[in-house]
Write a protein that binds this ligand. Structure first.
Ligand SMILES: [Ca+2]
Ligand SMILES: [Ca+2]
Length: 244
């Protein structure tokens, strides 16, 4: 083969070789002179046919001005592609996320034209799953454990109608004072004076949350003075409670 090539190069003068190259390129260009397929206004449609199973139907329809469309290839945007002659597709998405579907029509000369994309949003709720209900807060109470030492106890209770409460988080109303646990019982010692709004947030096993309204804790310089109506016992003074 090398010998033959060498012979051709040496036998054909440079000028004639250039002529043939130009002629061949011209013929190749002429063969490629085809028009692309054209998608009409509704040339690429999508329709949800089964919401629960995330199944979508697509139709592709294009015409070719100087030949015919031989097939359609759809790219579902989730890593799957499919080719058909009719341009009718159905696809069930298994992953969640946002996908961009496109359809490419190919004509008898190999020319291509692409329509789309359609944006498909597949939400996390899978087949057969129902919407998760947020936990319900039963109570949120605060009381002084030791009023002189400004030690408060918070009790937060909640139920989840369709799962379990996995975490309680107390915001005692002090920057950086947040803490979480699984019991809903917290102790916080206030160092400054003022009125602090405490909140309890409960989180269920599917990460749904609910937050109580505030309980206001007022700490004054006279925090250790007896309160009217108080029984004199500074321990376990009720501060307040809040619902959801
Ligand atoms: Ca064509
Ligand atoms: Ca729940």
């Amino acid at each position: 083969m090398k010998g033959l090539k060498g012979w051709l190069v040496s036998a054909v003068p440079a000028g004639i070789a250039a002529f043939w190259v130009v002629l061949l390129m011209g013929a190749w260009g002429f063969a490629q002179e085809s028009e692309e397929p054209v998608f009409g206004e509704d040339g690429f449609t999508m329709e949800i046919i089964d919401e629960e199973n995330r199944e979508i139907q697509f139709t592709c329809s294009a015409s070719d001005p100087d030949g015919q469309v031989v097939n359609y290839t759809i790219d579902y945007g989730d890593g799957n592609t499919e080719t058909s002659t009719g341009g009718f597709f159905q696809h069930a998405y298994t992953d969640t996320g946002e996908f961009w579907a496109t359809c490419t029509a190919t004509d008898d000369a190999g020319m291509e034209s692409t329509a789309g994309p359609h944006t498909i949003n597949i939400l996390p709720a899978g087949p057969g799953s129902e919407e998760n209900a947020a936990p319900a807060i039963t109570s949120f109470e605060a009381q002084w454990v030791n009023r002189e030492l400004r030690q408060a106890k918070f009790t937060c209770t909640a139920d989840d109608p369709d799962g379990q409460v996995v975490r309680y988080t107390l915001d005692p109303g002090v920057s950086g004072g947040e803490e979480s646990n699984a019991t809903g019982i917290f102790h916080h010692t206030y160092s400054g004076t003022g009125t602090f709004s405490a909140y309890c947030t409960v989180t269920d096993n599917e990460d749904a949350t609910r937050t109580t309204g505030p309980v206001n804790i007022t700490v004054t310089a006279e925090n250790d003075d007896p309160i009217d109506g108080d029984d004199g016992d500074t321990n376990n003074c009720f501060i307040g409670s809040a619902g959801k």
